[in-house]
Design a protein around this ligand. Structure first.
Ligand code: F6P
Length: 396
């Protein structure tokens, strides 16, 4: 028979995300006030679970009373500590075998022993795909786990909304307001690069809400000449300014992903440079296609400057929007309720307007990164909305 749940542990994994603290606050308050449970926070994600007591802090209602609006996570994050496949290290960093690949150890048993020794009966695991994959694997080992879906990318299957997405798009839309004024004053082509990894949800929503001229997302192949034509049209139109919202995960005009290989990322690659590649390519096309007077667009727009702003972590840090605070509070409360109702190895999810839970085995069906990936539906209503609003995806 399973042990009665008296003490739960909460951990946050993966990149930080606006709303993590709001989930923690709601989970703690629900656990304490509704079920009289003891709650501890496990610091630094799965690394903390491996290290044990030194990383465990008590959490009570007063501790979390004032964190709903605070960005980041009071428990700290770690995004490369998969205890089921932990790269062996020495003083030179990760040790690689003869095939050039890291040598991995499975350290999950240490974590399970730690949980047993510390009397932690269940875990609430707040994270994205990588973190939830380990959550699923701990559930397979018999640890009572409930996951909470986090990522600004909103690209996780099995839930209509991950928390953090609303904040990311709101922040991006705010940034566009500032970019617009410079763009309009100077008749420039302004490129805004937003995050989203392999998905274009952030770019798509930011672009629609900002009345962009062009949105480029990984899910839709573009032709840079079509993009440049649209930019020209925008510069000739009433506002004499062009806005291009670019998802960081698009292929560059020369056909590859822009970025750098690095051991610092769980997938071995960090995206970097997509927006700049579009700005450079657009600039070059416009420079080489002047009219008979030598003007790029008109006598007031002789030269076009295409400039790129990379929003980066500004989208991800800082205070969550009201929408995210409420979604996170609902998720945190539901996670504890699900545990206490006997749910195991499940993830809280939003389906339409309703909260539910989904088995982690369904959320993460295989070990391939991305087996739970939800791209933009290129034939869906939102893409169609953008097209109807006159926004180009550079494809036709
Ligand atoms: O998955 C969330 C995310 O912010 C992506 O949009 C982005 O590509 C990535 O994380 C960046 O991660 P890091 O801060 O580790 O470079």
């Amino acid at each position: 028979m399973e042990k009665e749940i008296k003490k739960i542990g909460i951990l946050t994994g993966g990149g930080d995300c606006p709303g993590l603290n709001a989930v923690i606050a709601a989970a703690v308050k629900t656990a304490v006030s509704k079920y009289n449970l003891e709650v501890v926070g496990i610091k630094n994600g799965y690394r903390g679970l491996f290290l044990g007591e030194s990383q465990v802090v008590p959490l009570d209602a007063s501790e979390v009373g004032n964190i709903i609006a605070r960005g980041g996570t009071i428990l700290y994050n770690s995004n490369k500590d998969n205890l089921f496949k932990y790269p062996r290290r020495d003083k030179n960093g990760i040790i690689k075998g003869e095939d050039g690949k890291p040598i991995y150890d499975n350290l999950s048993g240490v974590a399970v022993e730690n949980l047993n020794r510390m009397g932690i009966d269940a875990l609430i695991i707040i994270g994205g795909d990588g973190t939830l994959t380990s959550g699923r694997d701990f559930a397979r080992l018999g640890v009572p786990v409930i996951g909470v879906p986090k990522t600004i990318d909103n690209d996780l299957n099995s839930t209509d909304r991950t928390f953090g997405f609303d904040t990311a798009i709101s922040r991006s839309v705010e940034a566009v307001k500032c970019i617009n004024t410079t763009g309009m004053s100077h008749h420039r082509a302004m490129v805004l690069e937003v995050m989203g990894r392999d998905a274009g949800h952030i770019a798509l929503h930011t672009g629609i809400a900002s009345a962009a001229d062009v949105i480029l997302i990984p899910e839709i192949d573009y032709d840079i000449n079509i993009v440049a034509e649209k930019v020209k049209d925008a510069l000739k139109a009433q506002r004499q300014y062009a806005l291009i919202v670019v998802a960081e995960g698009i292929s560059t005009p020369s056909g590859e992903k822009a970025g750098v290989a690095t051991d610092l990322s769980p997938d071995g690659f960090k995206l970097k440079g997509a927006g700049e590649s579009i700005a450079n390519a657009v600039q070059e096309i416009l420079n080489n296609n002047r009219d008979e007077n030598g003007y790029a667009i008109s006598e007031t727009i002789m030269d076009v400057e295409a400039r790129c702003t990379v929003l980066g972590h500004i989208q991800r840090g800082g205070t969550p929007t009201a929408y995210d605070r409420i979604l996170c509070s609902r998720y945190g409360k539901k996670a504890v309720e699900a545990l206490m109702e006997g749910k195991r190895g499940e993830m809280v999810a939003l389906k339409g307007a309703h909260l539910t839970t989904v088995p982690l085995e369904e959320v993460i069906p295989t070990d391939d990164m991305g087996s739970n990936f939800r791209p933009v539906d290129v034939n869906g209503e939102i893409v169609e909305l953008a097209r109807t609003m006159g926004i180009s995806f550079g494809d036709k």
